[in-house]
Design a protein around this ligand. Structure first.
Ligand SMILES: Cc1ncc(COP(=O)(O)O)c(C=O)c1O
Length: 258
């Protein structure tokens, strides 16, 4: 379904009309660090994609705690990142938990006896150790992200950039700080000339990719998504970004957009 152009999150008003007899589940993606309006989806939603929203809150509830099952990514750049690929599913459903434990281990509950078709998807112990160490610092990581976001908000307010909007009820964890401008490509080129590299998350909507032409949507069907993909870009945002480095980004943007 299409996005809300203000927050880039799924437009929850479209849920009912999008459901067909083929719908198996609704998967709200808590994109860029803030949560989808879970009050609106909870009647029907079963799962959450929290890959970008460790520590984000929606009306006081943590991302990952609002549905039957939620997936987190520990890809190294995430808010809580390991030193290699990894992830986690959280659930409060015992049956689902037992199934997930089997699926990650070749479908086995009893050693060397597969009860169902499974995978090799265990979290490597070294990565787990790194993640356990970093987990203690998660509140500080998020606090620093918020501090950086607050500074970008303040210093870029008059540049003509569309800055990220936080939906009411959300406590944004700022995985990404996504701006928007019709001259996005020129701005990125100018930043590059000043050795400032920015990322576009994401340049191509999924339904326009060759690999997903079996989906029902065609190019042109999700106008807000398609327009956003042409105009968005993410400013440097990670806890290790220093005040001086952020200052350089802000100064460069003010120059480019004056
Ligand atoms: C919103 C979202 N969902 C899912 C994923 C997939 O996570 P992983 O790369 O750990 O499989 C990612 C990360 O790349 C993501 O950003």
């Amino acid at each position: 379904m299409d996005i809300d152009p203000q927050t880039y999150l799924m437009d929850t008003t479209l849920i009912e009309q999008t459901i067909t007899e083929k719908t198996k589940c609704i998967l709200p993606v808590h994109l860029y660090g803030q949560c989808v309006d879970m009050d609106r989806v909870l009647d029907v939603a079963e799962r959450e994609d929290c890959a970008q929203s460790h520590g984000a809150l929606f009306k006081g509830r943590k991302a990952g705690s609002m549905s039957d099952a939620a997936a987190f990514s520990f890809y190294p750049t995430k808010i809580l990142g390991g030193y290699g690929d990894g992830g986690m599913v959280v659930t409060d459903d015992e049956i689902l938990h037992a199934k997930l434990m089997r699926l990650r281990f070749y479908g086995m509950e009893k050693t060397y006896y597969a009860q169902e078709h499974g995978y090799n998807s265990r979290l490597d112990e070294l990565h787990a150790a790194v993640l356990r160490g970093k987990l203690k610092h998660l509140p500080q990581y998020i606090a620093r992200r918020k501090e950086l976001a607050e500074r970008y908000d303040r210093m870029l307010a008059d540049t003509g950039l569309t800055l990220p909007k936080t939906m009411a009820g959300n406590d944004h964890a700022y995985y990404l700080y996504v701006c928007r401008h019709p001259e996005r490509d020129r701005i990125i080129d100018e930043l590059k000339k000043r050795d400032i590299l920015v990322n576009i998350s994401y340049p191509w909507p999924i339904h326009t990719m060759t690999g997903y032409q079996h989906f029902v949507y065609r190019d042109g069907d999700l106008p807000h998504t398609e327009k956003a993909a042409q105009e968005i870009f993410s400013l440097p945002m990670y806890p290790g970004l220093t005040d001086d480095e952020q200052e350089q980004v802000i100064t460069a943007l003010c120059e480019i957009l004056k």
